[in-house]
Design a protein. Structure first.
Length: 100
């Protein structure tokens, strides 16, 4: 069953920072890349306790978009793609898109 592209979507990132200075530089530039796609950071936080299963990442971010197309448009945009090398130098990041 496919989800309509107009349904809201989220991108969830699980992050382990390796270089704090580079991470801050990356994080401070992401907001500008979200705006054209209607992206909004809903949550950014540090792991408190694993309640079930395994979860190695120390940080999590949840970004809401108006649609899956918008989420993928943000990720594929030249503005965000330019930040990926900095992100990769700063941290281990798993990003996953979800439609709702």
């Amino acid at each position: 069953m496919s989800t309509p592209s107009a349904a809201p979507a989220c991108v969830i990132g699980h992050i382990t920072v390796r270089d704090q200075a580079k991470w801050i530089e990356y994080r401070d530039q992401v907001a500008a890349t979200l705006a054209p796609f209607g992206g909004e950071v809903l949550f950014r936080g540090r792991k408190a306790r694993v309640l079930g299963g395994a979860h190695d990442a120390e940080l999590t971010v949840v970004i809401r978009f108006p649609s899956l197309d918008a989420a993928h448009g943000w990720f594929d945009s030249p503005a965000y793609q330019r930040l990926i090398p900095l992100r990769m130098a700063a941290a281990d990041v798993e990003l996953v898109s979800f439609s709702g």
